[in-house]
Design a protein around this ligand. Structure first.
Ligand SMILES: [Zn+2]
Length: 182
């Protein structure tokens, strides 16, 4: 495998030996550390921890989605460009993206996520009972919310950690659902 520059050269180590990109300082840690943190919190607190990790991802993803509207113009085209950017940053390869214009539903298949890779390292050969990738689910639900300027909720319906071939996230616009139910 040929070496590529991290984040397509967008990350730099500055004179203070800190990693910087997009005028912010960044940290790089292993997927195993991420999986260990999630695992410990979920083991101790259960679904409450999962929801909080999801919400933390959502907040960050929405900031990115909101900022990108100016450059990528919002909607599903923005989501596709965002996923290209993520791939170029080295943050994950996407197998498939589907979008249903009528319902606003988005389905994204990842070959793997940070969390499923981390769970694979921390628990080699074990299949998890539930989907593990709550941070990624939150991040991309936030990104979709920013791109479409309406609230999206994510559900991970397939997960590599459970032995599925991909991590599949289904994103549904919450406001649209509520309108239909009324
Ligand atoms: Zn997963």
């Amino acid at each position: 495998m040929a070496d590529k520059q991290l984040g397509a050269g967008m990350f730099q180590v500055n004179d203070e030996d800190e990693i910087h990109a997009f005028n912010r300082q960044w940290v790089i840690f292993s997927v195993a550390l991420l999986a260990n943190m999630v695992d410990r919190l979920v083991g101790l607190l259960g679904p409450v921890a999962k929801r909080q990790i999801y919400e933390a991802g959502f907040s960050s993803g929405k900031i990115a989605g909101d900022r990108m509207r100016e450059f990528f113009g919002g909607g599903i085209e923005q989501i596709k460009k965002h996923l290209d950017l993520i791939k170029n940053m080295g943050w994950g390869r996407i197998k498939n993206v589907e979008y249903d214009d009528a319902s606003g539903k988005i389905v994204i298949d990842f070959h793997e996520t940070w969390e499923s890779a981390g769970y694979g390292e921390v628990h080699p050969g074990e299949k998890q009972k539930a989907a593990t990738c709550v941070l990624c689910a939150g991040l991309y639900a936030g990104a979709a919310t920013g791109a479409f300027e309406k609230q999206y909720e994510a559900e991970e319906t397939l997960c590599v950690s459970k032995g599925d071939p991909v991590c599949r996230f289904e994103f549904t616009p919450v406001g649209e659902l509520k309108r239909v139910i009324k």
